[in-house]
Design a protein around this ligand. Structure first.
Ligand code: DX5
Ligand code: ZN
Length: 221
């Protein structure tokens, strides 16, 4: 599949989200951070807003659910029009059943790991997943500093994917910028969420192109 850039709208202007998404026309996905003020100490969108956003753009939506009860709520985001739905393994009660339900509902199924959550216990789940998200900040807010201590986990996750021969995408989220993206590519990531880097740029779509070029210039591992 190659490199994909998925800007997060968390730091966009919420009073005009349709217009904000129109500023990133070359993005592969729009990353939508759903927060419930329980799993993380912040509150953002629900399914109704996500559905309105899906109708406003032809770019597919990549929902990142930072919610306490993904088992009950994840499929709602597929029905709202998301092409990819990510749940946190720390919150999921039955991650295999949940991944299968997301796929069956018609979206790509993805599982996220917080910075302190290891990949190894979940090795056997990789064939059930279309994408693994390795968080490189503690989830909850945009604009935090990239945690270099997560790079070895990205490397180990990529090695496990190679071992299992799966096509699972490897996404990184948190503090991704022109300064940090190369390290992520070298470690084996191929899908890049960038929030503040994109929306604090004068020309967000130019930043999407610059991030893509910086990532494509690096040979993985
Ligand atoms: C944080 C969110 C991220 C956030 C990234 O919990 O999951 O998607 O928007 O923002 P930056 O790129 O600013 O770290
Ligand atoms: Zn996110």
């Amino acid at each position: 599949m190659g490199i994909q850039i998925t800007p997060s709208i968390l730091n966009a202007d919420f009073s005009q989200l349709g217009a904000e998404v129109a500023r990133i026309g070359s993005a592969d996905w729009v990353h939508v951070d759903v927060m419930d003020n329980h799993f993380v100490p912040n509150l953002t969108f629900g399914p109704t807003m996500v559905e309105a956003l899906a109708r406003s753009t032809s770019i597919p939506l990549d929902a990142h659910l930072m919610i306490e009860d993904p088992d009950t709520n994840a499929v709602t985001y597929v029905e709202a029009g998301c092409g990819s739905v990510t749940f946190h393994v720390e919150a999921a009660k039955a991650p295999i059943r949940l991944a299968r339900e997301i796929r069956k509902a018609g979206a790509r199924a993805s599982m996220a790991l917080k910075p302190a959550t290891p990949i190894e216990p979940y090795e056997d789940l990789l064939p059930e997943l279309d994408m693994l998200l390795v968080m490189t900040v503690e989830p909850g807010f945009g604009g935090q500093r990239f945690l270099d201590l997560c790079l070895p986990k990205i490397r180990r996750a990529r090695a496990l994917m190679d071992k299992h021969g799966v096509e699972t995408w490897l996404q990184v989220d948190g503090g991704v910028s022109l300064e940090t993206i190369e390290r992520c590519v070298e470690a084996g990531a191929d899908v890049f969420v960038a929030g503040s880097a994109v929306y604090s740029a004068d020309d967000p779509d130019r930043m999407v192109a610059d991030l893509r070029a910086a990532a494509e210039a690096v040979t993985p591992r």
